[in-house]
Design a protein around this ligand. Structure first.
Ligand code: ADP
Ligand code: MG
Length: 836
């Protein structure tokens, strides 16, 4: 039984590889240059590929053929054109080269087949898949992902804080070269987990370097040389100063690092203007200038901490410490600001550049490889033996040198014997008589994960196969309670009443992986056998409170009329099971109960799917909504917003035309690109604060009907007392619902209020009269059969005069039945076929 042992920090700026061995972790060094860090940088020099420091140095010679920070683009469809090769590399292709290079750091020359690779806590499923793809491309056969803040905490607690003091809540603040991440973690009973996280994939040391060039170096250079257009021309592609820009970025980074230890730093370089001779440039930059430059950015990171505090209702006193990691936390100003503005002590005893790799290796040391022979996996499995159920109980982690385990056998045959062995051979219980319940002290090897197996022999000495997993006990180290989901996972369902679709949450953000759940949905329309119509099971990642079109599609099963064995009738059940593994593989299983058919799909990085009819629907919905918002916005005289919306509308309409040209059978990439464009437009639309998210609209509807009810109850003093009480109780018991972002709960509450209003009209004579009078004033266009209604009006008048409430009520019921349904001009969308 083997563990993975190797862990890689695949960083935006720097990558590292480390190995867990006998309770300790070693970070490997580059055999060339003996540095632990490998810059995540790839250069193409003719036919040769340069990786790491060599690529970084080459950038000043040929900037167009050197690539870095590609992790920021992981999982996007963006491709890098390599001019020297005239071919394209994806961010995953470039990352694969870095991963492959790291293998050369292993001194023994071993080529591990399995690896743990770290990812930012914010990475979504697509980004995770792209990272796994990079690992496979680099030659690993099994890639296990681990979130960076967890990796850092594992390193910190296993190496620096391995005592009881560590119980409680901590923050991990990671400011690296390209990304910022902050995570809230808890530790108890030797286990840790991430409760919440925040971050920005586009903030880090690289941004500080750019700011330095733009605001500190170039203005001085303009001053010294008398040139006034440097700032403008410097980062123009193929511009006169392009190479200078890369030189200055490297100079800026050097200076920035020095300023972490000194108050002033000298900047020196050679300047060569077009057509004139070269000039040696020299000036100084002070730490104060640098601090002023990054002040806003650091403040921005602190705002994320505040956000986490608010969302989890915690105060600074609840946090023990902030662990600082990432190269940019070596900046003294960062340490000072974080400590001062949060009031929480910061701890920078973990090595900020290696912590993530070290933690990845600790994790790798506790993770069994999947890639081992069956025999290795189940050492005591006999082929034809009957399987017997066994239940075990023990602590998975302990600080003691032995752990007591109990096991209960179900249907244990007579005269059996058992034996427990540690996989490394360091412990063996010996053969003992088996009773239904057994107990045993297991000896542990220190500071590592211990694996044991139980073997059961029948009366004749033949082995009985057991259903039990391997027993895994970690001695002296923190183990991981679990990794969490960075965003909500939802399924798209129809909201037929509102001619739109909604995101219904299946797993919420921060749930612990792995996850599995089965839900039941009813079909919202009949799908005819052999027709083009289809049921679309659309799995989304993002925020349950926004419209599905603004969320990312991570898995789709489309079942169309040609795939079903008979008609699928409206209202029949669809049973959907969704599974997400720790490495974020997604498995969807759909059973159509009516036709008894099962459709299953595992979604891996290469499976992309966009349904054209769905894309058309979504664009139509978006168009309708933007149109409605423009009208609303003009009503409030907000012309600026209306103009923005008009632009957005135009983009949507252009997109509709482009999509119109595609055919369902087209196989090229364009539908994915157009879908991505749609998602961006939808996100822009739902983010401009128009408050027209599905959730906001539901809340608005609830507020409106509550206003009406409040008014009615106040103005009509003949409202029965019991109804008044019922209303108060209803408001009280739903006070949490109005705060929620779950549109289904909100909708249910709205329907309750609406029903209650009906009840109120029935039971309150004066309210029924107002209602009748209101309808009597409506003209013929509101009714189906106005002649009939006119007669009802007369009858109603008489009933009113007589004060006969019951008679008026039955007349009103007939009158309401004649009301025409409000017809909307809006084109009906098709939806998913799944009801909400
Ligand atoms: P990533 O996780 O993004 O790969 P790292 O954690 O390795 O990044 O941090 C790299 C960043 O840290 C770079 O921008 C680098 O300039 C910066 N950095 C490294 N050392 C220092 C230092 N002493 N002072 C300031 N910044 C530093
Ligand atoms: Mg990092």
């Amino acid at each position: 039984m083997k563990t993975i042992d190797y862990g890689i920090d695949l960083g935006t700026t720097n990558s590292l590889i480390a190995k867990f061995d006998k309770g300790k972790v070693e970070v490997y060094k580059n055999p060339i240059g003996f540095k632990e860090t490998l810059p995540s940088c790839v250069g193409f020099r003719g036919e040769r590929i340069l990786i790491g420091d060599k690529a970084r140095e080459y950038i000043v010679k040929d900037p167009l053929n050197v690539f870095s920070s590609f992790k920021r683009k992981m999982g996007t469809s963006e491709k890098y054109l390599i001019p020297s090769l005239m071919s394209y590399y994806s961010p995953a292709n470039l990352s694969a080269l870095v991963l492959k290079e790291l293998k050369n750091f292993i001194p023994s020359g071993e080529k591990p087949r399995s690896i743990v690779v770290t990812i930012p806590a914010s990475f979504d499923t697509v980004q995770c898949n792209a990272t796994k793809e990079a690992g496979l491309e680099a030659g690993f056969e099994e890639v296990v992902l681990l979130q960076e803040p967890i990796a850092a905490s594992l390193a910190f607690f296993n190496e620096k804080m391995n005592d009881l003091e560590s119980f409680g809540k901590w923050l991990v603040y990671d400011l690296g070269g390209g990304t910022f991440d902050v995570a809230l973690i808890t530790i108890d009973e030797d286990e840790m987990r991430v409760i919440d996280h925040e971050g920005d994939n586009f903030l880090g040391g690289v941004d500080f370097d750019q700011l330095m060039v733009r605001h500190l170096i170039l203005p001085r250079l303009e001053q010294i040389t008398g040139k006034t257009d440097l700032v403008r021309l410097i980062n123009q592609r193929n511009g006169p100063y392009e190479k200078l820009y890369y030189v200055l970025l490297l100079k800026a980074e050097e200076a920035k690092k020095e300023l972490s230890f000194k108050d002033n730093v000298e900047v020196e370089f050679t300047f060569e203007a077009e057509g004139s001779e070269t000039k040696e440039i020299y000036f100084e930059i002070s730490r104060t200038d640098f601090e002023a430059l990054i002040e806003d950015k650091i403040q921005y990171t602190i705002a994320f901490i505040q956000k986490i505090f608010e969302r989890n209702s915690i105060q600074q006193e609840d946090i023990k410490n902030i662990i600082l990691i990432g190269g940019s936390t070596l900046i003294p100003y960062v340490r000072k600001r974080v400590e001062e503005s949060t009031g929480i002590p910061v701890n920078y005893s973990a090595d900020p550049t290696t912590a993530v790799a070290v933690g990845a290796a600790y994790y790798a040391g506790s993770k069994l490889r999947l890639l081992q022979s069956e025999q290795e996996n189940r050492p005591f499995l006999e082929n034809n033996a009957e399987s017997l159920t066994i239940k075990t109980a023990y602590n998975k982690t302990t600080k003691d040198m032995e752990e007591y385990i109990t096991a209960v056998f179900e249907n244990l045959p007579d005269n059996c014997r058992y034996r427990i062995v540690r996989h490394d051979g360091g412990y063996d219980s010996g053969l003992k008589n088996a009773t239904v319940k057994i107990g045993e002290f297991l000896m542990l090897k220190p500071n590592t994960v211990n694996f044991f197996s139980i073997k059961l022999l029948d009366a004749t000495g033949n082995e009985i196969s057991l259903n039990t997993q391997v027993i895994e006990i970690t001695q002296g180290l923190f183990s991981l309670y679990g990794q969490t989901l960075p965003e909500d996972i939802c399924i798209e369902v129809d909201d037929t009443n509102n001619n739109t679709t909604l995101s219904e949450v299946i797993f919420s953000r921060n749930s612990l992986l792995p996850l599995k759940k089965t839900i039941f949905k009813e079909l919202s329309r009949t799908i005819k056998k052999g027709s083009d119509d289809s049921v679309i099971i659309n799995i989304l990642e993002g925020n349950q409170a926004v419209h599905p079109s603004a969320n990312k599609v991570i898995g789709v099963i489309e079942v169309n009329g040609n795939m079903i064995s008979s008609d699928l009738v409206y209202g029949s059940d669809v049973e959907i099971t969704l599974e997400i593994s720790e490495s974020r593989e997604i498995k969807v299983n759909a059973i159509l109960n009516f036709t008894n058919q099962t459709f299953q799909q595992v979604f891996n990085p290469k499976v992309k799917y966009v349904s054209l009819s769905k894309l058309r629907d979504e664009l139509k919905t978006l168009q309708n909504e933007i149109n409605a918002s423009i009208t609303k916005t003009l009503d409030t005289d907000d012309y600026e917003k209306a103009a923005f919306l008009n632009d957005l509308l135009e983009s949507v309409q252009t997109l509709i035309k482009e999509v119109g040209k595609l055919k369902e059978t087209d196989m090229d990439e364009s539908r994915y690109q157009l879908d991505e464009k749609k998602r961006r437009l939808a996100t822009q639309y739902y983010n401009i604060g128009l408050n027209n998210s599905p959730v906001f609209e539901k809340k608005e509807k609830i507020q409106n009907i509550k206003n009406v009810l409040d008014f009615v109850i106040e103005m009509h003093n003949d409202v029965p007392g019991n109804l008044k009480e019922e209303y108060i109780a209803m408001k009280l018991s739903n006070s949490d619902v109005v705060k929620s972002t779950n549109h289904f709960q909100l909708n249910a509450y709205y329907l309750k209020l609406d029903k209650f209003y009906g009840k109120l009209v029935y039971a309150t004579p004066s309210l029924l009269i107002s209602n009748f009078l209101h309808h009597r004033d409506l003209d013929a266009s509101h009714y189906n059969n106005f002649n009939k209604v006119k007669k009802l009006f007369d009858k109603g008048d008489k009933a009113m005069e007589k004060g006969n409430h019951n008679e008026l009520l039955s007349i009103c019921k007939e009158m309401w039945a004649e009301l025409k349904e409000e017809r909307s001009e809006i084109e009906k969308i098709k939806g998913t076929g799944l009801g909400s």
